[in-house]
Design a protein around this ligand. Structure first.
Ligand code: PLI
Length: 461
């Protein structure tokens, strides 16, 4: 027998409970997507075979997390699960104070209201939809300070989530440090294709910010995935644990907003963490207005317990390796078939480059929105547009923003799908690519005022 050179990895868990899926025909799906206005957000989930819309809240919890759900202390005030969550947050992230929120955007809302005043600027390593909207609603202006490589889908830079220090310095010089309440830095930058920043870049950014008295607020929603890339790509970190890297990352920031629906393997929840007592005090004052009492912040006690237990699981190397390994498996296979994707493959998702996939469709005719609809029709795989629709409109000119990246995101729920599901995804995308010439774009026939990608409706051109 020939010697096996490379051994495969596999998931560090087995399946205990299954959820049946509905298998539909192409004709059924043609109808379903038309009724959904060619917007995958408006499909009924039971009409979806493999749901890659998001990795947010779609995780499979462990038996230990489910056991913790039974220990939910649903007291209005002072739930023991809040104190468990506080302890795990302090132990693994290392921040002093915790304010729970119903999900990430609840924490973003609070930090924006507490720190941003009209006329201020908030630099960040690329925007995220809800984060930027809350900054704008508080009167701030988001300024993109990510490195240029992040806007180039084929650039192989290992840390495309890095902050461009020159862009940051230029902004400080132009508007003054007192007009910058904080720099917002995200782990594995979502809109850039799930690309990480390096520890070196974070340290340099921290030094520059400290010099000017500017805080760093970490969008630590996918911090663990960023920590994994630091471990496997950055010199000096290969022997550190994920937990050590996570804590070091947080130590170069002043606070964090977290959507627990990602790294923490839960279905709902979020929090704000800070090292500053004044920020904690103010946030604790407004959490009762918008979320709930400061010891539950809009989440049930049982969900806080699942979060606390999820924090311990998320830093296990084998868990995050299997999670990112699955994304890499699909990415590598798509590349072998010549499918244009954002490279290097990111942490939570594969991003198809719709401009290259459909070069004959103009950006105003929504190529990524079109591609997401076509993949659904082909196989029942649900993905999401991350291009001109998600980018929204410039509030001054009223025109669309025209982002350089016009992408379709295939996002992987954690611990949910098998490698056979992955093969179905790959085959469907390859078939959709082979039929690309026949496809025309879409026109928008209904546009909501905020975060339009969620509810906009389209018709075929
Ligand atoms: O969906 P929320 O409100 O729990 O979290 C908002 C949020 C904040 N930051 C980042 C980087 C996110 O990715 C994020 C939510 N992301 C979603 C829903 C997604 O599908 O990617």
């Amino acid at each position: 027998m020939a010697k096996i050179k490379k051994r495969s990895w596999a998931e560090p868990f087995k399946i205990k409970v299954v959820e049946p899926l509905k298998i539909t025909t192409r004709e059924y799906r043609e109808n379903a997507i038309q009724e959904a206005g060619y917007n995958t957000f408006l499909l009924h989930s039971e009409d979806v075979y493999i749901d890659l819309l998001t990795d947010s809240g779609t995780n499979a919890m462990s038996d230990n997390q489910w056991a913790g759900m039974m220990l939910g202390d649903e007291a209005y005030a002072g739930s023991k699960n809040y104190y468990n969550l506080e302890e795990k947050m302090q132990q693994y992230y290392g921040y002093k104070y915790l304010v729970p929120a119903h999900q990430g955007r609840g924490a973003e809302h609070m930090i924006s209201q507490v720190l941003i005043r009209p006329g201020m600027y908030v630099p960040g390593n690329m925007y995220f939809t809800t984060t930027r909207l809350h900054q704008e609603l508080a009167g701030g202006t988001f300024v993109d300070v990510i490195i240029d490589e992040a806007h180039d889908p084929q650039n192989q830079h290992p840390f495309k989530g890095n902050v461009d220090l020159q862009k940051l310095e230029d902004l400080i010089k132009k508007v003054g440090a007192d007009k910058i309440p904080y720099l917002s830095i995200a782990g594995t930058v979502n809109m850039a294709g799930g690309q990480p920043f390096s520890m070196e870049n974070l340290k340099q950014t921290y030094d520059l910010c400290k010099k000017h008295g500017i805080r760093i607020i970490f969008d630590a929603t996918r911090a663990v995935e960023n920590a994994y890339f630091i471990k496997v790509r950055e010199k000096g970190y290969e022997d550190k644990t994920i937990a050590e890297i996570l804590k070091e990352m947080c130590s170069y920031t002043d606070g964090a907003t977290v959507s627990a629906k990602k790294d923490l393997y839960v279905n709902i929840g979020g929090f704000l963490a800070t090292n500053e007592y004044e920020v904690f005090e103010e946030t604790r004052n407004i959490v009762v207005v918008y979320e709930g009492l400061h010891t539950y912040g809009g989440i049930a006690g049982r969900d806080m317990e699942a979060m606390a237990r999820g924090i311990e699981e998320m830093v296990e190397y084998d868990q995050v390796r299997a999670r990112i390994g699955q994304v890499e498996y699909v990415g590598e296979n798509l590349l072998k078939h010549g499918i244009p994707i954002v490279e290097p493959v990111g942490g939570h998702a594969i991003f198809l480059d719709a401009k290259k996939f459909y070069p004959h469709i103009q950006q105003v005719d929504f190529p990524a929105q079109t591609l997401a609809a076509e993949i659904y029709i082909d196989s029942g795989v649900r993905s999401m547009e991350r291009g001109i629709v998600s980018a929204g409109r410039n509030k001054e000119t009223g025109d669309h923003y025209y982002p350089k990246l016009e992408l379709v995101r295939l996002t992987f729920p954690r611990r949910v799908y098998t490698q056979a599901h992955c093969d179905v995804m790959i085959e469907s995308i390859v078939d959709t690519f082979e039929n690309r010439d026949k496809v025309k774009g879409l026109k928008m026939v209904y546009e909501p005022k905020y975060l339009r990608f969620f509810q906009a409706r389209f018709e075929r051109l």
